[in-house]
Design a binder for this molecule. Sequence first.
Ligand code: NAP
Length: 315
Amino acid sequence: MRFKISHEAKLIDGKAIADKIKNELKEKISDYVAQGNRPPQLTAILVGNDPASQTYVKNKMLAAKAVGIKSNTIELPDTTSQDELLERISKLNNDTSVDGILVQLPVPEHIDERTICNAVAPSKDVDGFNEINVGRLALDMKSIVPATPLGVYELIRRTEIPTFGKNVVVIGRSKNVGMPTAMLLHTDGRHESKGMDATVTICHRNTPPEQLKKHCQNADIIITAVGKPGLVRRDMVKTGACIIDIGITRVPGKEPGKTKLVGDVDFDEVRKVAGHITPVPGGVGPMTVAMLMSNTFMVAQSLAKTKITNGFGSD
Ligand code: NAP
């Protein structure tokens, strides 16, 4: 009689790792303040009434409070003009009591997102969306790295998933998520930005499905950032591969009228062949908030050292 050996991937518990990072930060910030520094300060600007954006900002502010970062949210109506928003950002850039600035995206359609991202002083840009930070990341220089890609980096590092010389597929090439994630994975670990030295393949909307499957089947790590439930299936995954699911989609739940969040990966099937896997929710999401806090503390320390608004400090 033959017994079927059941396999289950190791769960990468993003919530537990994020909690650990926040506890570490809380201690560091407490020491920093005990040394006579003022607490780090984070200001979020929220334009409009998008419920998802309101929830994201609220969660960020709660996390800030929990680690000892002072925070406030500037709520503006969706009729706010681009010039008014730019004026607000400029005031915050010049306000020495403010360290981190973030403008919650998306902004209303009449406002140009790139203009807004570029208006935030690079040294206070805790989201890492200013073109200076993006450019520095592309050049392997020290920069402020967007929180979600940085969260993925930390998940991989802290779970001790090998990356050096490994094959990685990043699905999704958005400038805020897919692209910087691929950047962190493929760059040189000896450089300032401490990349992960993997061989990275980037797939996107125009990657034919059969090619996507082939690339994934060859991958030691698959990182998906698309927003399409069921995109990564069991037959696309090599035995033992590590699966990082950034995607978040709200779908109808089991009970009528209820919804739930799912990722891009067919979790129940893929976990039978993968070596490691992140859940959704509870994987990358909590890491994004933790890394935003980490960026805010880094920015506060750097600004305290340099006392200028466009420096990156010396370490
Ligand atoms: P986005 O700007 O819409 O980018 C989606 C990417 O997926 C694009 O590069 C697109 O290709 C690609 N794509 C679309 N359909 C595809 C397909 N069939 N096969 C392969 N690639 C495909 O979204 P985003 O801001 O990067 O976010 C991606 C997902 O991550 C969303 O579900 C979002 O909610 C989630 N997210 C989660 C967190 C978190 O903290 N967990 C943070 C941010 C975002 P093209 O470039 O060709 O259009």
